[in-house]
Design a protein around this ligand. Structure first.
Ligand code: HAS
Ligand code: CU
Length: 554
């Protein structure tokens, strides 16, 4: 039998290592700040406000949209995980981190940031975060993103090394849950990232440097989405780790089932990647059968999230009842809503219910035709990555930054208000986007200057602008609270440990349960599923059709 962590009491990370983890995460906040500023501009543009007038440093709408997507979806999420996941693994295994690896991951991330900021801010890379060829960015953009991935590989290798060392000394012992789910998340990423690794290193980077004269747009797009669906779960899983293994403790409940939690993460490892064609339902050159198969697999990967919903709500209910809550739903009121870390994450979960429902609609092959490339899609993903993930990471920050700095959280009440602003904002924003999308309002379009707007988009656009403004206020309050905590928070008053939960149903020596720990085996099965899901396409398509020169329309 094993616990969530190997040594429940008294493990302290050396101060130097805490500092490095902290700086890795600060880089993520820096990116979040830049991304949020551009997000505000994007939301206003849907409300008919010409953002180029208010943001004179922008040379075009697509420059701002690229900055928004790259900063928030790529740099913020990965910087956070590169710090957070090795930290959790180290705590769960009660093994210190390796300082040189922390340095390596941090500095690679810094260089990646500098390169991408240079490319995007000088308008050399307004290709949007999906980086579709034949739009061609400056080589510094592609190299910067490659280095971002390298920094995540260093963080992943770091966790594998910690786990390997622990296993050598603990033969036959179940892996502590918190370490297992942290490592499984980045193991999935290693497999998922192969698509963009091949695309960026094999095609886009040499093409931008003039080594390759032409590239293959469909192949690059397909490789992007091979990674691109799974990447949304790389963003999501750190939030799930918190919902499963940390939040139950924070609300006074327990993690419901250790084996179920492991199963959920194994399912993400297996099913996240072979689903990418659901982003390409309207692309030519891919057979209908393969698209339908990926649609089916997408319904498969819906399952672990459904299981999560039931499991996490059960943990919350246990906490609510332990705190004196009664009734069918009245226990919800007894949850510690005055704890900013909890409030942010409860609200994040709430928005994710709508994120999940809209995801299911996207995944339905035929219904997707109605919503594809409309404002509906950003409506969907702001209720997933834009709130379920972003708000959870903010909620985690409310204990993590005090823990890492050993300072008391500054402005608890303001921090609670912050998540409410953000949540109300995102729900209004998404209501605007979703209804506009159903009415044909496109995504990735400068609505404020478009020649073909419809009168009926006015309300949708206004809601998007109002919601986006509230989200911006919510995000700015987050920076105030975190900034003031770092600057003025009471020294020596930070939490002394990570709030990991205990399991109601712990891991057992049951033969099936034990098999869940065999990450290497599951990784091989995941590779096999990717071969089945992508093999027929690549077999029929390769070798690459290097037909397109690069276009720079910005
Ligand atoms: Fe998605 C497009 C399908 C989840 C992000 N998605 C996108 C894009 C992004 C994105 C960024 O099939 C746009 C990409 C682009 O630029 O073109 N998505 C899905 C499906 C899911 C899903 C089936 N998406 C996510 C997550 C994201 C994300 C997670 C980021 C983190 N998505 C699609 C499809 C497209 C797409 C198509 C392409 C559309 C197109 O045409 O372009 C599922 O994984 C969702 C499962 C979720 C659930 C919800 C579980 C709920 C939980 C909360 C429990 C809490 C409770 C509340 C009940 C089943 C776990 C308690 C609260 C209290 C207060 C008590
Ligand atoms: Cu997807």
């Amino acid at each position: 039998m094993s616990a969530t962590v190997a040594s429940p009491e008294g493990f302290q990370l050396p101060a130097e290592q805490r500092r490095l983890v902290r700086w890795t995460i600060y880089i993520g906040y820096f990116a979040l700040f830049a991304g949020v500023a551009h997000g505000f501009a994007q939301a206003l543009s849907y409300a008919g406000i010409n953002i180029l007038r208010f943001f004179p440093f922008l040379q075009g709408y697509y420059q701002g949209l690229t900055a928004h997507g790259v900063a928030n979806a790529l740099f913020f999420t990965f910087a956070f995980s590169n710090g957070f996941l090795p930290l959790l693994t180290s705590r769960a295994l009660a093994r210190p981190l390796k300082t040189p690896l922390l340095h390596a991951s941090l500095w690679t991330l810094v260089v990646a940031n500098v390169l991408v900021i240079f490319a995007v801010s000088t308008n050399r890379a307004s290709v949007l975060y999906t980086s579709y060829a034949p739009l061609q960015a400056h080589w510094t953009y592609y190299l910067g993103l490659v280095l971002l991935v390298v920094s995540s590989y260093i963080a992943a290798a770091h966790m594998f090394i910690l786990l390997g060392g622990w296993r050598k000394e603990n033969r036959g012992v179940r892996i502590p849950l918190l370490a297992f789910i942290s490592v499984a998340s980045y193991a999935m990423w290693i497999l998922a990232s192969l698509g963009i690794a091949v695309s960026f290193i094999g095609f886009l980077l040499p093409w931008s440097l003039g080594i390759l004269e032409r590239t293959d747009p469909l192949l690059n797009r397909t490789l992007f989405w091979l990674t691109g669906h799974a990447i949304v779960y790389v963003w999501l899983l750190p939030a799930y780790i918190s919902w499963y293994a940390l939040v139950p403790r924070q609300v006074g409940g327990k993690l419901i089932s250790d084996p179920l939690t492991r199963l959920v993460f194994v399912m993400f490892l297996l099913l996240s990647v072979p689903t990418g064609f659901h982003h390409q339902y309207t692309d030519p050159g891919i057979s209908t059968q393969m698209k339908a198969f990926h649609g089916l697999m997408t319904f498969g990967v819906f399952y672990p999230s459904l299981a999560t919903a039931f499991s996490v709500v059960a943990s919350l209910e246990m906490g609510g009842r332990n705190r004196g809550g009664t009734g069918v739903l009245r226990w919800i009121k007894k949850l510690p809503w005055d704890d900013p870390s909890v409030a942010a994450q409860l609200l994040a979960m709430f928005t994710f219910v709508f994120g999940g429902i809209t995801g299911l609609i996207n995944a339905s092959y035929i219904v997707n035709q109605v919503v594809h490339n409309t404002a509906w899609i950003p409506g969907h993903f702001h209720m997933t990555v834009g709130s379920a993930v972003a708000l959870t990471l903010m909620g985690i920050a409310y204990w993590l930054i005090p823990y890492l700095t050993d300072r008391k959280l500054w402005g608890r009440k303001l921090a609670v208000a912050q998540s409410w602003f953000y949540t109300v904002g995102v729900l209004i924003f998404a209501r605007g986007m979703i209804s506009g999308g159903l009415d044909g309002m496109p995504r990735r379009t400068f609505i404020a200057e478009a020649s073909y707007t419809k009168d009926s988009w006015a309300l949708a656009g206004a809601l998007t602008g109002i919601g986006g403004t509230l989200m911006t206020i919510g995000a700015l309050l987050f920076f105030v609270v975190i900034g003031m905590t770092i600057w003025k928070g009471q020294k020596g008053e930070g939490p002394k440990d990570i709030p990991f939960a205990h399991a109601l149903l712990p891991a057992s020596e049951n033969r099936w349960d034990v098999k869940l720990d065999r990450l290497g085996l599951w990784f091989l099965v995941a590779v096999l599923l990717v071969v089945i899901a992508y093999g027929p396409f690549f077999l029929g398509y390769l070798p690459p059709h290097l037909v397109s020169p690069g276009f720079r329309i910005f």
